[in-house]
Ligand binder design. Structure first.
Ligand SMILES: NC(=O)c1ccc[n+]([C@@H]2O[C@H](COP(=O)([O-])OP(=O)(O)OC[C@H]3O[C@@H](n4cnc5c(N)ncnc54)[C@H](O)[C@@H]3O)[C@@H](O)[C@H]2O)c1
Length: 438
């Protein structure tokens, strides 16, 4: 899949975090000469020595190979007038209002001005609200660079699947107003042979937010259906399987229930879209509900545990999984971590086990394994959809715990078997009873 490119056809990726590193390594792998630039010295050092900060299968090996063959360089700052394409992969965190904080993007664009050759393109790969490209163009024009175009290239990759999603993207969306600039960006990715969708810039900018709003809303819907399944005694895992078998929904639909959506993107991007709409006088009832439901979900779990344990003070709660999704180390906006904080604030001890998390957050005792985390606990919480929880043996778990209470937010446990082992569970305890003959 590699190709030869002229030596001066160099690409810069500004911001070598999760997205920037994946983009830089991927482009270098398919044949481009890439400079990955980051202002954090420790990130530059780590990448230059062949080490990815975040665990991404396959990417680590490819990083080493593109460093060795010289296609990828890791730099503190970009070269001068060296690139026809500069991709901005810096962060766009949420401000307290929900608004996307664009300071890093604007600063990175300004800092790139001298790096972009005559008639070059600045590509926003960061998730940015519609209109950001126009704002960057304005900044560039005021710095005397009316020759630079701005294109938006939204990133849709999933954490933990960066390589798969780079090489086999469902689609590559390129949003811009200049045909020449769009062609330049197309050329970067054409070798991947993935479906290309070309749009204007604002459409591409909005599409990424719409994508994340859809995913967040489908998770929230699954969570509400899961609550209904608990009270009517239905199997949520089978309900989800049936939904995914519908071709209008699809096998990869985000319908796994849990304690809510988290991670770096869905919460902030959903909030940013709602904020943007509000600024334009729109009331996005659906999206606001999605955010509210998600916000209160860990509180609902804590309230259930408080009822089941007759209080939380001095109780020990074991959390099975801590990162925002299984197989990840990422604790950002993790609903399980939010639950841990709520429980700790009520005086509970919190223990946890997560194979991906190596740096224990403060106030949480990380077990050496799930058995160690369970030792002398009063309740077990399954809030993350790791398939290993299905293998837990209720009798063995019972023998490690002080009390037999389980909160299964995901619906992975066999509720009947756990009830037979003496467990009080949210999957059975809240069930509504149907009057005989009713
Ligand atoms: N994390 C994901 O899974 C994901 C998926 C899709 C889209 N996105 C979007 O991609 C963007 C980046 O996300 P991320 O997770 O890679 O963020 P990140 O914080 O991991 O990486 C950003 C990097 O940019 C560097 N940086 C900031 N300003 C810089 C500058 N002026 N010059 C050089 N380096 C600079 C930082 O040091 C950091 O290493 C965000 O807008 C995010 O919403 C993220």
């Amino acid at each position: 899949m590699t190709r030869c490119v002229p030596a001066d056809d160099r690409v810069a990726v500004i911001g070598a975090g999760r997205i920037g590193a994946a983009t830089a390594v991927g482009l270098a792998h398919i044949g481009w000469r890439v400079d990955a630039v980051d202002c954090r010295p420790e990130r530059v050092e780590a990448l230059a020595s062949g080490s990815m900060a975040e665990p991404e299968p396959r990417l680590q090996d490819v990083l080493r190979s593109v460093l060795t063959n010289g296609r990828l360089a890791i730099l503190h700052r970009p070269r001068t007038a060296a690139y026809k394409v500069v991709l901005l992969c810096v962060d766009t965190p949420a401000l307290p209002s929900g608004e996307a904080d664009l300071r890093q993007v604007i600063a990175a664009a300004q800092e790139s001005v001298d790096a972009v050759g005559e008639g070059g393109v600045i590509v926003t790969r960061s998730t940015v609200p519609p209109g950001t490209g126009d704002r960057l163009l304005y900044e560039l024009r005021s710095l005397g660079r009316s020759d630079i175009e701005v294109v938006h290239l939204p990133e849709f990759l999933r954490e933990g699947h960066a390589w798969e999603d780079f090489t086999c993207a469902d689609r590559i969306v390129i949003g811009g107003e200049s045909c020449a600039a769009i062609e330049r960006v197309k050329r970067l990715f054409v070798l991947l042979g993935r479906p290309l969708i070309v749009t204007d810039r604002r459409t591409a900018e909005l599409a990424k937010y719409a994508n994340n709003a859809f995913l967040a809303t489908s998770i929230t819907l699954a969570n509400e259906i899961s609550d209904v399944a608990s009270v009517v005694g239905a199997d949520i895992a089978q309900v989800v399987e049936i939904l995914r078998a519908d071709r209008r929904i699809g096998p990869r639909a985000y319908l796994t229930p849990g304690l809510g959506f988290g991670g770096h993107c869905l919460p902030k991007d959903t909030a940013a879209l709602e904020y943007l709409a509000r600024q334009h006088g729109l009331d996005l009832t659906q999206l606001k509900a999605t955010l509210q439901i998600n916000e209160r979900r860990p509180f609902e779990a804590a309230a259930w545990l408080e009822r089941a344990l007759c209080g939380l003070c001095n109780r020990t709660i074991c959390l099975a999984g801590l990162a925002f999704k299984p197989g990840s180390e990422d604790l950002r906006e993790s609903p399980m971590l939010r639950l841990a904080r709520i429980l700790a604030a009520e005086g509970a001890e919190v223990a946890a086990w997560d194979a991906g998390v190596h740096q224990p957050p403060s106030g949480v005792r990380m077990g050496l394994d799930i058995e160690d985390a369970l030792l002398n606990s009063d309740a077990l919480v399954i809030g993350q959809s790791g398939c290993e929880w299905r293998e837990l043996e209720p009798q063995a778990v019972r023998s490690l715990m002080r009390r037999a209470v389980v909160y299964d937010a995901v619906g992975v446990l066999d509720a009947g078997r756990w009830a037979a082992a003496g467990f009080i569970s949210n999957r059975t305890a809240d069930r509504i009873t149907v009057p005989a003959g009713g």
